[in-house]
Structures are given as structure tokens and as C-alpha cells.
Design a protein around this ligand. Structure first.
Ligand SMILES: O=C(CO)[C@H](O)[C@H](O)COP(=O)(O)O
Length: 232
């Protein structure tokens, strides 16, 4: 396992949050120990669902969220939204390579805007898209479900793909984060970590697990994730 996996980060996907009280939900999940806010942007074109855009990202910053915001663009075309998310205060901007006309240009646009850049791989998208752009990538995000909806089951074949992505990242010698997204639960997170992931997106597993004693807190499930990771 790579040294970078000692720095595990938990990134709740706000796709499963209560959108009517989003600012409070994000505050609560961060106060409960989450590291990153995973922000799913769906356009009803690249994926069959429609969610939120840069205005909501900006609103979270104005609300006072200072934690990293990881904007996962499930959109096509990609480039016209990159500037908007830079201006809105995103920290990471990731996109699907097959949705970009010019992958190198999209990565460069993100980095020129001062954000960290990442490529996202659907379950059947080959990692060869990393060839020739590894030096411009700060995050590799592997989808372990087909994108578009929360609450799906983890696709087991993603574990082999994680091992291959970890091998490529370690060979690059660069501090690239390896994020996994889809069907991450307390009972599979250790196995996913052993396969090489260091950043874990979890939507339904977090937001459906409010503390019994305090419905505005998620400490219990975040602590369960950390315990499972400590044993990985
Ligand atoms: O990008 C996504 C779907 O496209 C979501 O982030 C992902 O599915 C997380 O939800 P869950 O943890 O419930 O599987």
C-alpha cells in the first residue's frame, strides 16, 4: 500500500443531503468529522439526472464553508463550466475525459484557475486516458457505479481497476489522490482502501445515517468509517 493511503479522506456526497437545508447539512457533516465536500454536478445530458451548479457552490462558500469542495462535473461539454466553478470557489474540479473535446486543455484550464484537476473514470472507461496527462492530474476518481444516481451497489470489478490506478500513481511519483465514488459503505471501505483508494466519496451511507441522539450530526457513521479504515 502507498504511503499516501495513510492520509485517508472522507468526502460525503451532498447528492444524498437534504437540499432544502443544504448549508446546515454541509456544516453538520463537516462538524461530524468529514474532510471534503463532494459536489455532484449532473446535466441531464452526459448523465440522466439534473442536480446543482456553480451558484450552489458559491452559496456554500458564502454560507461559510471553508473545507475543500470537490466538484465532480458529470457534464458535456466540460470547458464552459470550469471557469464558473473556479469563480464559485471549488477546490478540486474533476471531469470525465470522454466528455471533453480536449482533455489536456480542460486540465490546464482548471490548474490555471488555481484549482486541483482530476479525471473521472466510469466503470468501463479505460485508465489509458491518463497517458500523456499524468503531470497535470491531481486526482484520479474511479466511479464504482455508473454515474447519475446515489444509492447504487459497488461494482466489484472496480477493485482491480483501483489496484491498477494505484500502480500508475505510485509509478508517477506525484502526490495524486485516488478517489472512489459509488456504493462505499462501512462494510466495504477497508477492502477499497486495501485496493489503493485514499479518498472515499459516500453519499447515501452518510446522509441516511444521522446520529440517533442528535439528528443534525453524522459522527457515528464517520467514526465507523474511520475505524474500518484504521483496520485496512
Ligand atoms: O457521483 C455519484 C453518482 O453519479 C455519487 O457521488 C455516488 O453515487 C455516491 O452515492 P452513494 O454513496 O449513495 O453510492
Amino acid at each position: 500500500m502507498s504511503d499516501s493511503t495513510t492520509d485517508f479522506q472522507i468526502a460525503p456526497s451532498i447528492l444524498s443531503a437534504d437540499f432544502a437545508r443544504l448549508g446546515a447539512e454541509v456544516d453538520d457533516v463537516l462538524a461530524s468529522g468529514a474532510d471534503i465536500v463532494h459536489f455532484d454536478v449532473m446535466d441531464n445530458h452526459y448523465v440522466p439526472n439534473l442536480t446543482i451548479g456553480p451558484m450552489v457552490c458559491e452559496a456554500l462558500r458564502k454560507h461559510g464553508v471553508t473545507a475543500p469542495i470537490d466538484a465532480h462535473l458529470m457534464v458535456k461539454p466540460v470547458d464552459r463550466l470550469i471557469g464558473d466553478f473556479i469563480d464559485a470557489g471549488a477546490s478540486y474540479i474533476t471531469f470525465h475525459p470522454e466528455a471533453s473535446e480536449h482533455i489536456d486543455r480542460s486540465l490546464q484550464l482548471i490548474r490555471d484557475g488555481g484549482c486541483k484537476a482530476g479525471l473521472v473514470f466510469n466503470p468501463a472507461t479505460p485508465l489509458s486516458y491518463l497517458d500523456y496527462v499524468m503531470d497535470k492530474v491531481d486526482m484520479v476518481l474511479l466511479m464504482s457505479v455508473n454515474p447519475g444516481f446515489g444509492g447504487q451497489s459497488f461494482i466489484p470489478g472496480t477493485l482491480d481497476k483501483l489496484r491498477e490506478a494505484r500502480r500508475r500513481i505510485d509509478a508517477s511519483g506525484r502526490p495524486i489522490r485516488l478517489e472512489i465514488d459509488g456504493g462505499v459503505k462501512v462494510d466495504n471501505i477497508a477492502e477499497i482502501a486495501r485496493a489503493g483508494a485514499d479518498t472515499f466519496v459516500a453519499g447515501s451511507a452518510v446522509f441516511k445515517a444521522r446520529n440517533e441522539a442528535d439528528p443534525n450530526r453524522y459522527d457515528g457513521v464517520i467514526a465507523d468509517f474511520r475505524r474500518a479504515l484504521a483496520e485496512a
